[in-house]
Structures are given as structure tokens and as C-alpha cells.
Design a protein around this ligand. Sequence first.
Ligand SMILES: [Fe+2]
Length: 419
Amino acid sequence: MNPPPPLPDGEREGVRGAKQGLLISGKEIGTMPYDASLNFIFWCPTKVVFGENTALDVAIEVENLKCKKALIVTDRDLIKNTDIPERVKKALGNLSAGIFSDVEADSGVHIVNQGAKLGKELGVDCLVSVGGGSAIDTAKGMAILLKEGGKLQDYTGVQVLTRPQTPHIVIPTTAGTGSEVTYVAVIKDHEVGRKLFFLDYNISPNIAILDPKMTEGLPSGLTAATGMDAISHAIEAMHSLQREPMTDGVALHAIRLIKEFLPRAVGNGKDMLARGQMLIAANLAGFASAGAGWGIVHALAHIVGAKYKVQHGLANSILLPACLRYNADACGDIYLNILPAMGVNIEKVSTDEAGDVLAQKIADFTKTLGLPQKLREAGVPEEGLKECSDLALSDGAILYNSKFVSDSAEVLKIYQQAW
Ligand SMILES: [Fe+2]
């Protein structure tokens, strides 16, 4: 897909003009430092359906896609501990082909193969993933194999597929991943011990059904951790090299919603307003990170997740303050834009101070959510930090960071601060 045509000169000046300032909290601050040569693609083909009990209308959405036989893709915990997959199956009625429930955390190629085999045997023409990131990404992989056949490994990389894949409806049961609206899937190849990345517009889900009732039973610790994954997506999108005005807009609103509603959802899981607003926030943050990319927080979190099984959202949450301090000299204006969304009056905060102030605000926020503050509390041994620092430099997410990172000694200092 080609980038949009460049703007005529006059309009380019208009973009540059935005640098003159924006009035926030009665103070004029620099807005995002967009370049006058800015060009980008904002891709969000997924239809989003929101509301309490909208998951019960899933059959209507299957019919809207002109499909007749849907396979539910969900994870072992969800089928063992909740009746959510069964409720979705009941709602599908005679459009249901059954439930594939072998998805586990850090889903792998072998699980995708099993699911696709079952889907083929049943003759399904649609997938309904119900769960968090693993279930959604597994279904994205299955959607490829059901359409194209062959080996999943043949389709890794950027924009490899040439046509729409098997129709896919997502019903998230966490408010964090944002994968329900992204064209990204991460699936582990356990045989060779590495993660495969699929970045392809053809795997964007067709429909995301955001039903607060589906997240009602999520325990408070997971609610907090997945919510911090969402805010990390939003903040990383804003300090990414690929940030642009549209992703900044949705990211900022995601941060406002998370600041307001994550503590409420953690405090009372049955607060349906908070649950709903968190689903929207995670969705907006997913749009933002799919468009703008990630950064140093996700790079460092991926490594401690893979090596020491630190839950993804928790890893982001712990690493976020130290990473904000690291990026502060390059991202002061951006962090000044984020601070009001976090409820901070920036009247007396300078650009140079913004990183420190935001880092402290995030650390205080995660304390109120009851989350661990340090990597050592999450099972990471101090002697493992050096190896993590070396590995983090080759994680793809670090390429998007607004500050170029090439020195593992600098990364080690960040890990040590967070340890
Ligand atoms: Fe994430």
C-alpha cells in the first residue's frame, strides 16, 4: 500500500504551524514535534460494537459477515474458570461449530496448527475469538491457515498476505491488549524458541465486540496489569518515532480514560461504567500503537516476559517510570502533553522536568492499583539483568523509540533502576 500523496506547500506550513503551541491548563506548551514532511497511513478497518450484553448479539454479526459456521477460539483458563465461552456458544445458536479451547499464555505455532486443523475438519467459515491477547492472536494465525493453507512460518513479516483472510470477530475479556483492532499477531515458535511477528493489514479482525459484561469477572490484579499494558501502548505510541496527530489524539484520550476508570475497575470489578470505559481505552490505545508503534518500554518488557515469565502488563508497568526518565531529554514536550491527561497541573512544570514528573505520577498510580513496583518482586534475579540488556537491543519494539538505543550499558541502567 502506498503512503498518501505529499501535501501542497501551503498545507505543510499548516502542519508546521501546529508547533506554535496549544493551550493546556492555561499554559501554552509546544505540541508534538511533527515534521513538516509528515506522512502516514492510519488503518483501522475493524468495526467496533460497544455496549453491555452486545456479545449476546454475536450471531447477528456472523450473519453480517455472510458466514454460516463459526468456531469459538478461547483459552484453557477461561473455559475452566468462567461460563463466558459457553455463553457465546449459546448466543451463536446454530451458527456455532463448537469451541477450540486449547489456547495457553504465550500461544504457539503448534496450537494454531491444532486449531486450524479442527476448523478445517468442521468446515468453518468464521472465527470468534474470546479472551485476551493469546486467544486473539491464535485466531489471527488460524485465520491465515484456514484461508491459505501451508505453514504458518511462511507468512511471518510485514504485509506478506495478498487478500483478506478468514472472517474474524473478537470478543475481548480483558481491557489491555488492543489486539482486537490491530493488524499485528505475535505467535511463538516453540521448536526454535522465538516469537514470530505478523504485521499484515489482512489479519485485522473484521469486528470487535466490546461488552463490559465479558470483563466483569477479571480478577483485580489482572485488571490492573492489563490496564497498565493499555496505558503503556498509549504512552509508547506518543513517544514513538512514528507518532502522528491521529494516533496522538486517540492515545491521549485513552490515557484520560485509564487515569479515571482503571482505579474504579480495580476497586470494584462490577462497576460496569468503569469496565466499559476501560475496554474503550484499551481499544483506542490499540489503534494508537498499531499506527505509531511501540518503544523502549515494550522492548524491555518483552525480554523479562520471555525469560522470567513476568506478566506482560506488569512488566510494562514496572519498567515505565525508568523508561520515561531515560527518554525525558528527547520527549519533554510530549510528556508535557500527557501530564494533564494524567490529571497533573503543568503550570509550574518545565519541559526538562516533565519526564521526572510523569515517571513519578505513573509510579504513584501503579501503587494505588496495588501493583508490584520492582522487577525483583516479579521474580527477576539481579544477575539476569545483564543478559536482558543485551537481548533488549534486538527486540523490534526498540526500533520505534524516539531516542536511538544502541548501548546495552544504558539499557542495564534502566533495568537496574526498575529492579
Ligand atoms: Fe503491550
